[in-house]
Design a protein around this ligand. Structure first.
Ligand code: C2E
Ligand code: MG
Ligand code: MG
Ligand code: MG
Length: 306
């Protein structure tokens, strides 16, 4: 009792707070430098059709995921640096850089595909955007310019927005999403099930895809109460999506058991380490070129007949 009030203790806490604030300021400065020198990287993770059970022939889409290799601290978790970017007004620059890069990479794969050098090519690329980027002035114009600059069409792009961030400024986000969808850009609601969505909320949202949060997919393991609940959630989301004419995507698929349950429950598209990890543009290109099925690249030594 009373220990917390000792002066020494306050100093310790204060130092911790100060150290953390200092570290955040350092990350902000370094992220700004990384943006200026274009050293942020983009990795891609395939999204496959559920009914074809992961055959690489059906890489419907790839999700672009930002990567930051810090010169001193090494690879930084995207959750960490995206949050830093959101708090320092840098996130529109990060999202814009990833968007342009992803569209250029898709354009290159498509050109190789048309030349006959790549047997297959994703139909579109999915790019994560923070709600802060979405409502930044000129976002829709920037998207339009990036698509045109890459020589692509709006239907070649899907924007992933998370349910929780959308809730913040729903009417502003909705207006921008509606404008983009009118052009043909697809919209995915990411991490679905973790926020506060009600049916009424969803109905008002301009979207094409619903991505079930990977926490529910993770719980689809064996028998047990968590698994039963997760199954019920997935079934409910699929029913909801059907009623609203949305495509259902499950993310974080790691096992064949999860794959089977998700496919049986009616998910349309699957994404996860079972098929492929996020990988560099060059690695993805060789994956699209190679003869092996996707599961072989997950490092589990599983090869299925095509
Ligand atoms: P997200 O959009 O939900 O992306 C999916 C995350 O799940 C990725 O984490 C991916 O590597 C991971 N993942 C994929 N398959 C599996 C699996 O089978 N098992 C497990 N355990 N994880 C899997 P990552 O790359 O660390 O990204 C984390 C989050 O950071 C993303 O979640 C997204 O919200 C955000 N993010 C990443 N890149 C960007 C970006 O360019 N802009 C914005 N605004 N956010 C981004
Ligand atoms: Mg995403
Ligand atoms: Mg997600
Ligand atoms: Mg997420």
């Amino acid at each position: 009792p009373g220990r917390g009030a000792r002066p020494g203790r306050w100093v310790v806490v204060d130092d911790e707070v100060r150290a953390r604030a200092h570290h955040t300021l350092r990350l902000i400065a370094d992220l700004r430098r990384a943006l200026a020198s274009a050293t942020l990287d983009v990795h891609y993770q395939p999204i496959v059709r559920a009914r074809d059970r992961g055959d690489r022939g059906d890489v419907v889409s790839v999700e672009a995921l930002c990567r930051w290799q810090h010169p001193e601290f090494g690879s930084i978790d995207p959750q960490v640096f995206i949050q830093v970017a959101e708090r320092s007004n840098l996130v529109p620059a990060v999202d814009g850089a990833v968007l342009r890069r992803a569209l250029q990479d898709l354009a290159a794969w498509r050109a190789a595909h048309l030349r006959g050098e790549l047997p297959r090519c994703p139909d579109h690329v999915a790019v994560n955007v923070s709600a802060l980027s979405l409502v930044a002035p000129g976002f829709a114009d920037a998207v339009r310019a990036a698509v045109a600059g890459a020589g692509l069409r709006p239907t070649d792009l899907c924007l992933e927005v998370t349910e929780t961030t959308l809730a913040g400024d729903l009417s502003a986000c909705r207006a921008v999403l509606e404008e983009l969808r009118a052009l043909g850009v697809r919209v995915a609601i990411d991490d679905f099930g973790t926020g506060y969505s009600s049916l009424a909320y969803l109905r008002g949202l301009p979207a094409d895809h619903l991505k079930i949060d990977r926490a529910f997919v993770a719980d689809l393991r064996g028998p047990g109460p968590d698994s039963t609940t997760a199954r019920a959630v997935v079934a409910a989301v699929v029913a909801l999506a059907r009623a609203l004419d949305l495509v259902v995507v499950a993310e974080g698929v790691e096992t064949f058991e999860q794959e089977r349950v998700l496919a049986d429950l009616g998910c349309d598209l699957l994404q996860g380490f079972l098929y492929a990890r996020p990988q560099s543009a060059a690695q993805l290109r060789s994956l699209l070129r190679g003869p092996e099925v996707l599961t072989a690249t997950a490092g589990r030594g599983v090869v299925r007949p095509r």
